[in-house]
Design a protein around this ligand. Structure first.
Ligand code: ZN
Length: 307
């Protein structure tokens, strides 16, 4: 059911729980490396729905659509570019269905377009903007309550996604950066050298409603808390956080992530205390992680009410 409240109101009222990984869950469900996971919204909707139902069942308040690579430029690599609207539309409807009769927020997911823009790469700004416009419109038209432009590393690409979401009429626009811990471990910034303060100020100036971080390398729950603190220093906008379940490792040709739900959940309350408003997880996380997060968030809320 669509939520009666607006995401932007809910987020100012109580901490919300995001969802966990989609990509790594699709692989567990049989998607092979290099295949188009977004096409499963149409080819194997029951498999996508089963994953999202497990997140809804674990207590997620917000579920991201399975449309990370759903822009024309990404789908083109899998010869699926003629299905942009169908794939994104199906993504919204599946996430909505996952909530069943319970209210929940469907967040339309836009990932990177997967290349570099001129002068570093072959793509023009106009091509990328058009691709984001088309995807954002499909997601909003299908009923997404927000758009997240995620795993972003450059402000040039991020702004095109934010503009596309706003122009499409998204009720809420979220910008989400992927930070990597530097080699000496002293700090973190995106691959393109953007630090959290710069990103948050930029997103606010371009009209984002929520500033976020997700994925990244070495960004555990402690680093994520530091990122929230750094966002908080420069913006009053709500903050969303979705870190990975540790570092990926290759074991028997399978990518595995080591952080258990028990290990990650310890970091949830510190994130909330630092000012995070929506907490979920990214690559390697599972419904079990999200269920553990739910327990932490509920306990934290209960304590705060008791005071
Ligand atoms: Zn990730």
């Amino acid at each position: 059911m669509p939520s009666k409240e607006r995401l932007l109101d809910a987020v100012r009222e109580r901490p919300l729980l995001g969802d966990g990984a989609m990509g790594t869950q699709l692989m567990l469900a049989g998607l092979e490396q290099g295949q188009c996971g977004e096409a499963w919204n149409i080819a194997h909707p029951e498999k996508v729905l089963a994953i999202q139902r497990r997140y809804a069942g674990a207590g997620s308040d917000c579920i991201l659509t399975n449309t990370f690579g759903g822009s024309r430029l990404m789908l083109n690599r899998h010869s699926q570019a003629d299905q942009v609207v169908e794939i994104n539309r199906a993504g919204v409807l599946l996430a909505r269905e996952a909530f069943g009769r319970r209210p929940g927020f469907v967040i339309g997911d836009i990932g990177p377009f997967g290349g570099l823009m001129e002068p570093y790469g072959d793509f023009t700004e106009t091509q990328v903007r058009r691709a984001f416009d088309e995807q954002a419109r499909a997601l909003v038209d299908a009923g997404a309550e927000a758009i997240i432009v995620e795993t972003q590393t450059s402000l040039e690409e991020l702004v095109l996604g934010i503009q596309a979401a706003k122009e499409a009429g998204a009720p809420c626009t979220i910008g989400s950066m992927a930070y990597d811990v530097t080699l000496d471990g002293s700090t973190f910034r995106t691959m393109m050298g953007i630090d959290p303060e710069r990103a948050a100020e930029f997103m606010q100036s371009r009209g984002a409603d929520i500033v976020a971080l997700n994925c990244g390398t070495g960004m555990d729950m402690t680093r994520a808390r530091q990122a929230v603190e750094r966002y908080r220093k420069v913006t009053g906008l709500p903050v969303m956080v979705q870190p990975n379940a540790g570092q990926p490792r290759l074991v028997n040709l399978q990518v595995v992530y080591d952080e258990t739900p028990e290990q990650m959940m310890v970091g949830v309350v510190p994130l909330l205390k630092a000012g995070a408003n929506i907490v979920g997880a990214c690559c390697g996380s599972t419904p079990a992680h999200i269920r553990a997060f739910r327990q932490s968030i509920d306990a934290y809320q209960y304590e705060n009410q008791a005071l």
